[in-house]
Design a protein. Structure first.
Length: 218
């Protein structure tokens, strides 16, 4: 039912393909699967079917969330650079005036490398889908920078996990206060920060793109 042979574009790779008999067997299995699904769904009312679909989506989302790994990553690793570039591009799209990285306060790689800081990249099945950076300052405070989650991975709790992981690392290094800045267009981020215990404070840096500054006692 299956043949194995070299790929057309790369002869070093081997590809499994269904034969005619294999395709016929697959059609039988698909038909049986559909019949089983109908036997389960037919007794249900429309409201029950709707509840089942919602529950299945919740299960799928939770399973995906469980596959996300937060991994310390060098700030100049390609995955980290791609995430930051995507973050800048989103800021530019969502801002009325656009976003110019050259005009923003720069975060130098050495500022977010251990022991002075940390970059976390969230990976889902090997794909980088989020990032956040920690910059440790003197006087027992730290700064959360460059926090971003890909649209395709939102709703999985990745942002909250990134935030919590950086806060924990900051505590381990003696920080007692975490601060961050953001733009008013990033309403989802602002809601996350407030729900995580951050309170708005006066400006503490010279970031021209920011118009909200937050702090949390660790």
């Amino acid at each position: 039912m299956v043949t194995v042979g070299p790929a057309e574009q790369d002869r070093r790779r081997r590809v499994a393909r269904l034969t005619r008999r294999g395709h016929a067997e697959r059609r039988v299995l698909d038909r049986r699967s559909d019949e089983t699904a109908r036997s389960v769904l037919t007794p249900l009312t429309e409201p029950q079917r709707a509840r089942l679909v919602v529950a299945m989506r919740d299960v799928e989302r939770l399973l995906r969330a469980g596959e996300v790994a937060l991994e310390p990553t060098d700030p100049e690793h390609p995955d980290a650079l791609r995430c930051v570039a995507a973050y800048f591009a989103e800021l530019d799209r969502r801002s009325e005036t656009g976003f110019d990285p050259e005009a923003s306060v720069r975060v130098q790689p050495e500022e977010v490398r251990p022991p002075r800081g940390l970059v976390l990249v969230a990976r889902l099945r090997g794909e980088a889908v989020g990032c956040a950076a920690l910059r440790l300052h003197r006087d027992a405070w730290c700064e959360i920078k460059r926090m971003w989650v890909a649209e395709s991975a939102r709703g999985l709790g990745i942002g909250r996990r990134l935030l919590g992981a950086l806060e924990e690392r900051a505590r381990d290094h003696g920080a007692r206060v975490a601060r961050l800045d953001t733009n008013h267009n990033l309403v989802e981020a602002i809601a996350l920060y407030r729900s995580a215990g951050y309170v708005e404070i006066p400006r503490f840096n010279d970031e021209p793109f920011a118009d909200h500054w937050f702090e949390k006692r660790l």
